[in-house]
Write a new protein. Structure first.
Length: 114
């Protein structure tokens, strides 16, 4: 087993087109010995957002702190601490901070097989 505290993991800026005021912490990843899934924490500052995008895999998200929303093909869904959401494969989506404080959420994705 391996244990980490999120505060020990580097907060890296998300520098891709469409991302704004967003950081990511790779809490558990392949380099930690995880063979199937990666656990990431996103931190969106005020007015922050991830790019509107889609991908071939599902991912599960759990809101930890702050207020935000996930915007998808069926509209905008508010997210508050304790809320969980499933983003299906190939659905266009993004996450936005809707508050004045940092919006933090956990996101689980499959590790790409080489």
């Amino acid at each position: 087993m391996k244990k980490k505290n999120f505060s020990e993991v580097l907060l890296e800026p998300v520098n891709i087109p469409g991302a704004k005021n967003t950081g990511i912490r790779w809490l558990i990843a392949e380099k930690d010995g995880a063979p199937n899934f990666a656990l990431r924490m996103f931190e969106l500052e005020k007015d922050g957002c991830t790019p509107y995008h889609s991908h071939a895999w599902e991912h599960e998200v759990f809101a930890v702190e702050g207020t935000g929303a996930v915007v998808g093909e069926s509209g905008e869904i508010p997210l508050n601490p304790g809320d969980a959401v499933l983003v299906p494969p190939n659905e266009e989506h993004n996450f936005t901070n809707k508050g004045d404080k940092v919006f933090k959420f956990l996101c689980i994705i499959p590790i790409e097989k080489k």
